[in-house]
Design a protein around this ligand. Structure first.
Ligand code: 4NP
Length: 156
């Protein structure tokens, strides 16, 4: 059965669409069976394309993000996804507020725990940052998506 993976950040215009686009690209390249999507806990940017700076940074590395559109995380996402991967502590709190069962809660993990297990590290929000910050986030999320694919598709 396809693994269903949801990436979550605050606005769904920088970090989670990057992870979404990178995973979609790698899953296609590696012919893996997965459903991937992303969402934001906030409603500020619903319907918008990812941040132009994030699109540009990803495009430089051959990863397309321009087709993605922001949406807000909802409690229904607990039924539609097996892995709900958050970018920071605040995302985690907001997602867990909508959990209805312990099974729901168990689906929520830190995205970076796939790269740095059990450390609960956050992907820094580049929104108020420089182009170097966007590049650093790209490198981090690129590594973390490789680690995630290794763990979810090759170690079970
Ligand atoms: P993201 O970044 O959560 O990685 O999409 C942000 C985007 C927008 C805002 C904050 C963070 N904002 O405050 O509008």
């Amino acid at each position: 059965m396809a693994k269903r993976i949801l990436l979550v950040c605050l606005g769904n215009i920088c970090r989670s669409p990057l992870a979404d686009g990178l995973l979609l690209r790698k899953i296609k390249e590696q012919n893996l069976d997965a459903i991937v999507d992303s969402a934001g806990t906030a409603n500020y940017h619903i319907g918008k394309a990812p941040d132009a700076r994030m699109i540009r940074t990803a495009a430089k590395h051959g990863t397309a993000l321009d087709f993605l559109r922001a949406r807000q995380f909802t409690s229904k996402d607990f039924q539609n996804f097996d892995h709900i991967l958050v970018m920071d502590q605040s995302n985690k709190r907001n997602v867990l507020k909508l959990a209805q069962t312990q099974d729901d809660e168990k689906k929520v993990e830190f995205f970076l725990d796939y790269l740095y297990p059990h450390q609960q590290l956050e992907v820094p929000d580049p929104y108020y940052g420089t182009s170097e910050d966007f590049e650093a986030v790209y490198q981090l999320v690129d590594q973390a998506t490789d680690a995630l694919i290794q763990k979810l598709f090759h170690e079970h």
